[in-house]
Design a binder for this molecule. Structure first.
Ligand code: ZN
Ligand code: ZN
Length: 361
């Protein structure tokens, strides 16, 4: 099957013929229909993060089950699925306490490193998915079944950006109705944190970015106020918009340590700062120690703290009811061959998401 291979940082991906193992007894083979191109993919291409190479990137995808192993009962050939980039073992400490998104079973990662080969050597499936490819093999726990009427580009986005962003508000922070909130960074993740706060019923959603076009998008996704951090100090602006108090919940959705400090400074006493963005490798975040006497909380969020099979179908339902904006996130669509152009578009800051149409149905 054809796959875009990432061989070296700062170099374009190349389209190659890759060998793929047939699914094992507890695995499924999924024909990739759509894959989003996410910032996390680009962090590796741009050298901010490192991984074993060569790798097939892509981790935000939807497809159709082509075949299943003998022990698989959750899906059958023909089922439409969203790929989860955190397959879970179902047996470990995290799985048993209802936090499958934190499952760190090393066996799953080992399998993701051994299913593909090219040029006589192994190729890694990034994040257990590797969706810049015509097909993907994953464990039964790595897919979430969705109804056939769900459009595939929109479904793909639930696989990373939407679940991560909406989930950060609904499930990590558990934003209550009427909450006073701010979101720093209005890209693919930040827009979804904004709509998560809106779904939660926040009374104030202050969007912060340095690109005016992204602030316009933020307003369309539910922001009640916008702050251009290129023109004004965002912490002071947020304080002014909240009568000097600061917000109850602030979200960092870039992966930038300065922005992390800003969200901490934006929350009022007792408030919660949530780091959603992927911070650079080896980075550190510094915050003032005495602020903890005000019971300020600084917390992380992984994959929106999702329990995949419960939460992803709920997001699908909300989309089908017209209460979750997914189509507005899809800025560009292109074939797999154009994946490098998708990265260029992302670097330009002009798109929320590019979606690759790999095997259109
Ligand atoms: Zn992602
Ligand atoms: Zn587990």
């Amino acid at each position: 099957m054809k796959a875009a291979i990432f061989q070296q940082a700062h170099q374009p991906l190349t389209l190659e013929d890759v060998q793929q193992q047939a699914p094992a007894a507890d695995e499924v083979l999924v024909r990739t229909v759509c894959s989003g191109v996410c910032h996390s993919d680009m962090h590796f291409v741009d050298g901010a993060w490192e991984m074993p190479l060569p790798t097939v990137l892509g981790h935000e995808a939807a497809g159709v089950v082509e075949s299943v192993g003998a022990d698989v009962s959750y899906v059958k050939p023909g089922d439409h699925v969203i790929m989860s980039f955190r397959p879970f073992c179902g047996r470990c400490y995290y799985c048993l306490r209802g936090e499958p998104h934190l499952c760190n079973d090393p066996n799953l990662d080992a399998r993701a490193a051994s299913r593909l080969s090219w040029n006589g050597g192994p190729v890694l499936q990034f994040a257990n998915v590797g969706s810049f490819a015509e097909s993907m093999v994953t464990t039964e726990s790595g897919v979430v079944k969705i109804p056939d009427e769900m459009p595939m580009a929109e479904a793909a986005l639930i696989g990373c950006g939407v679940m991560t962003g909406v989930g950060a508000a609904l499930y990590t922070a558990q934003v209550p109705g009427g909450a006073v909130t701010a979101v720093v960074g209005c890209g693919g993740i930040g827009l979804n944190v904004i709509q998560g706060c809106e779904i939660a019923g926040a009374s104030q959603i202050i969007a912060v970015d340095v690109v005016p076009g992204k602030l316009d998008m933020a307003t369309r996704f539910g922001a009640t106020h916008t702050v251009n951090a290129a023109e004004t100090d965002p912490v002071a602006a947020v304080q002014e918009l909240t009568g000097g108090a600061g917000v109850e919940y602030a979200f960092e959705a870039i992966g930038n340590t300065d922005a992390a400090r800003q969200v901490f400074d934006m929350v009022r006493a007792g408030g919660t700062a949530v780091i959603v963005g992927m911070m650079p490798m080896n980075s550190e975040i510094s915050v003032p120690g005495p602020a903890f006497l005000q019971e300020k909380k600084l917390i992380g969020s992984m994959y929106g703290s999702t329990r995949f099979r419960e939460h992803m179908p709920k997001l699908v339902d909300m989309f089908l009811q017209g209460r979750l904006n997914l189509s507005g996130l899809v800025s560009e669509r292109m074939p797999l061959e154009k994946v490098n152009d998708a990265f260029d578009l992302m670097r330009s800051g002009k798109v929320a998401r590019s979606v690759l149409d790999i095997n259109p149905i």
